[in-house]
Write a protein that binds this ligand. Structure first.
Ligand code: PMP
Length: 398
């Protein structure tokens, strides 16, 4: 089994498609080369379609990771003493809180136990309370999928509440964008940000986000500008130039990643967004059938709160994080726990993007987990789990 290539089943970085790999591995490209300009411009256009963004929204792509994208949103929107609401679903929401704290925001956090998601109506209540206290609420922040628990938050009601209250809505889609349904225009969301190494299907290294006109206006209404390299205004001329297929420079983009991005985004759009969301839903359902056959319980107690891009699974009683190593010995890399409250009690399996087209990789994952459980003294029927997964995949025909 270990003679096969190891496969990367952590919740990002993920396995990438052959088309993305070959675009990435081509000869180095200059940032003003015609093909790079074309790839950059086409990627921005495709982002608009993948985000289902309104016409006036501005896409950005730049060197960095999801954390840089989060920081850019905070740097442009938040000024000291701004009141903000954070729907906190775990480790990455905590990170957003820390960024907001450093920006001087007055933060109201809505919390829930790991795996649960605060009810959207609590956001409405929190905004009303702040308004009664005479505060102007600037923005609401939420993590679409919190990768530390596998909890899926529904952005739709949150975006609607924010819009009705004149509050900006910012969604961290790092473990969700192109894997979970998000309709920026119809839902009225203001910022949706991600990184390249998850459901976008690239290696790490690019931060991506689309920003509404309302959010850009909030940046322009600031008393002081954001740090230069984080400022949307520094980047807008470059994004506009590339989209118009003309050369521009503010800071050097990771050129081969941009070539890979064009290939990756085209693969997503060739499927179509509906098919892309459905593929993730069906892939998750197939793997859930396998987890249930292996007797594994998910961290999100309710299936409607469970992400389609990753599974967070408790170790069966008596087992611990050495299970992750035993799975790795079988050529499949999964991730350990991350949420501080339950860190040693669970592990995480990513299932987004290219791997969903590879039933063989999904099978190897279930086989490796089943074999590792059995080798750890927790005997399971791995074949039954694989059959349960394949049966779901066949009905779903992903
Ligand atoms: N937000 C979420 C939901 C994430 O899953 C991650 C990364 N796992 C981040 C933010 C941070 O992204 P990065 O590691 O690319 O900086």
């Amino acid at each position: 089994m270990t003679t096969q290539r190891r496969i990367l089943m952590i919740p990002g970085p993920v396995e990438i498609s052959p088309a993305v790999a070959s675009a990435y591995a081509g000869p180095p490209e200059g940032h003003l080369a015609p093909d790079l300009i074309e790839a950059f411009g086409a990627s921005l256009e495709m982002m608009r379609r993948i985000w289902l963004a309104p016409p006036g929204a501005q896409p950005f792509l730049f060197a960095g990771s999801g954390t840089n994208a989060m920081e850019m949103a905070v740097a442009n929107l938040i000024e000291p003493a701004d009141a903000v609401i954070v729907v906190n679903t775990g480790y990455f929401s905590d990170r957003m809180v820390e960024m907001l704290r450093r920006a001087g925001a007055e933060i109201v956090e809505l919390t829930a136990v790991p795996g649960e998601v605060p009810n959207a109506s609590r956001a409405e209540g929190a905004i009303a309370d702040l308004k009664r206290a005479g505060k102007r609420v600037k923005a609401l922040f939420a993590t679409h999928v919190d990768t530390s628990t596998g909890a899926l938050c529904d952005p739709k009601p949150l975006a609607a509440i924010a819009q009705a209250e004149g509050v900006l809505s910012v969604f961290d889609g790092v473990c969700a964008t192109a894997g979970e349904r998000f309709e920026m225009e119809t839902w009225g969301a203001d910022v949706y940000l991600t990184a390249s190494q998850k459901a976008i299907g690239l290696p790490p290294g690019l931060a991506l986000m689309v920003v509404s006109e309302r959010a850009l206006a909030a940046r322009d209404a600031r008393k002081t500008p954001p740090p230069l390299a984080a400022d949307w205004r520094s980047w807008i001329p470059v994004m506009q130039a590339y989209e118009a297929r003309t050369p521009a420079y503010f800071a050097t983009p990771p050129t081969n990643l941009v070539l890979a991005l064009r290939a990756g985004l085209a693969e997503i759009l060739n499927q179509g967004m509906e098919a892309c969301f459905t593929r993730h839903e069906r892939g998750a359902a197939a793997l859930r059938a396998a987890w249930s056959a292996l007797g594994l319980r998910a961290v999100p107690a309710r299936e409607r709160n469970a992400a389609h891009t990753l599974s967070a699974l408790y170790f069966p009683s008596g087992l611990d994080a050495t299970l992750v190593l035993r799975i790795a010995e079988r050529g499949v890399y999964v991730a350990g726990g991350l949420h501080p409250a339950i860190r040693g009690q669970y592990f995480r399996v990513g299932h987004m993007g290219y791997v969903l087209t590879r039933a063989d990789m999904l099978m190897r994952t279930v086989e490796a987990i089943g074999a590792a459980l059995t080798a750890s003294g927790h005997a399971v029927d791995t074949e039954r789990a694989v059959r349960a997964m394949l049966a779901e995949l066949q009905t779903a025909a992903i």
